[in-house]
Design a protein around this ligand. Structure first.
Ligand SMILES: NC(=O)c1ccc[n+]([C@@H]2O[C@H](COP(=O)([O-])OP(=O)(O)OC[C@H]3O[C@@H](n4cnc5c(N)ncnc54)[C@H](OP(=O)(O)O)[C@@H]3O)[C@@H](O)[C@H]2O)c1
Length: 349
């Protein structure tokens, strides 16, 4: 990795000019970007890869409204090294995590220096690794939204906020599932997670799930009812294929937050049996979620990090996979192939 020097005017970036496979990702050297008014420039240390990043690169995700070249990846972490007009100079030198970097913008985090509106960075305490910082944005903000759409609240997460509540996380070994388990446990919920194998059961338990159900081996409805006879208050749902299960375990005034269409893109629901508990189905897409909900999520996730309540790596149920910047294509391929855990691109030490 080349050393940065005073007076540096160029920087390396991963870009794609056209949508397509991972081979579209190229490492180029280009002028180092300058922060515009309202922006900071971040010396990126880690770039986190999520499914949305490869979907955008393939042209099957959110439509890109910017002209190429596009630098991929929303999530990242690093240190602010310059600020644009209107941004407090005190940001310089602050360690940060970054979220939604590349939404309708050309500057994702897979580059040495990324410019980003100051609203899209949050400070990262010295106690938190850059690995953790680059793993927060998409999974944790999405998980926060899913955990805060239930009729009787809460709208904010933190110790005690989910006390007495039962949360079901479908797909507890996934990145969003892992974040949902960690945030729900931090908020004192009873957490039930479903997984598809003993190995994934270990990951969900490491993340903090109180109960783990192998949906390939066990009957999810009867297991959930055995754990909580009145059902569950909040379901964090990765798959429309689970609608029938969700409908059978949702408690009165409960909510099902659907954030993905894995395993099916249409829902069929039993109307009358869902009228009885006044159940709510809430669809979730990070990009178009209310700005206030995302601001709350960023604050609460930062508080959880400061508390030391969330983590990454095997101990937190989220194995890490590191790739150098030159292998950004391999990093994207790993996520596209559904590797278990978190894929990170190491941009600086
Ligand atoms: N709406 C949003 O804003 C938003 C935000 C983030 C992610 N997403 C989307 O959500 C999906 C997951 O993202 P991710 O980063 O968490 O991916 P991931 O790390 O690959 O996790 C996906 C998990 O879902 C599990 N799963 C799949 N089908 C399941 C089912 N029927 N029941 C229970 N678990 C099931 C998988 O495990 P098994 O297959 O082994 O069960 C896997 O553990 C992606 O499609 C992504 O694009 C949407």
């Amino acid at each position: 990795m080349p050393e940065q020097s005073e007076g540096q005017t160029t920087a390396r970036a991963v870009v794609y000019e056209m949508t397509g496979g991972p081979e579209r990702l190229q490492v180029v050297t280009r002028p180092r970007p300058e922060p515009a008014p309202g922006e900071v420039r971040v010396r990126v240390h880690r770039s986190g890869v999520n499914p949305t990043d490869w979907k955008s690169r393939r042209g099957t995700g959110e439509p890109s409204k910017v002209d190429p070249p596009q630098v991929p990846n929303h999530d990242g972490s690093g240190v602010v090294d310059a600020v644009g007009e209107g941004v407090a100079a005190g940001w310089v030198g602050i360690r940060v995590w970054m979220w939604e970097s590349a939404y309708l913008r050309p500057d994702g985090t897979a580059q040495e220096y990324s410019v980003i509106p100051v609203r899209h960075v949050a400070s990262l305490p010295d106690s938190a690794s850059f690995d953790l910082g680059a793993s927060l944005g998409v999974p944790f903000v999405t998980a926060h939204r899913c955990l805060t759409v239930t009729e009787e609240g809460p709208r904010r997460l933190g110790p005690g906020t989910l006390d007495g509540r039962v949360v079901l996380v479908q797909g507890g070994a996934g990145a969003v599932g892992n974040a949902a388990i960690q945030l729900a446990r931090w908020s004192d919920a009873t957490v039930i997670a479903t997984v598809s194998s003993p190995e994934k059961a270990q990951l969900a338990a490491a993340a903090g799930a109180d109960h783990v159900i192998d949906y390939r081996q066990q009957d999810v409805v009867s297991e959930v009812r055995r754990i909580s006879s009145r059902g569950v208050d909040t379901i964090v749902e990765v798959s429309a294929a689970n609608a029938s299960i969700d409908a059978q375990v949702i408690a009165r005034l409960g909510s099902v937050a659907v954030y993905a269409d894995s395993g099916g893109s249409e829902l069929t629901l039993p109307v009358r049996s869902l009228m009885v508990p006044n159940a709510r189905w809430q669809f979730v897409l990070l990009y178009t979620a209310p700005a206030e909900a995302k601001a709350f999520a960023v604050e609460d996730v930062s508080a959880a990090v400061l508390d030391g309540a969330v983590g990454v790596g095997n101990d937190a149920g989220l194995p890490l996979h590191h790739f150098p910047l030159e292998q950004a294509a391999e990093a994207h391929r790993a996520v596209e192939d559904s590797v278990v855990g978190k894929v990170l691109i190491d941009v600086a030490d």
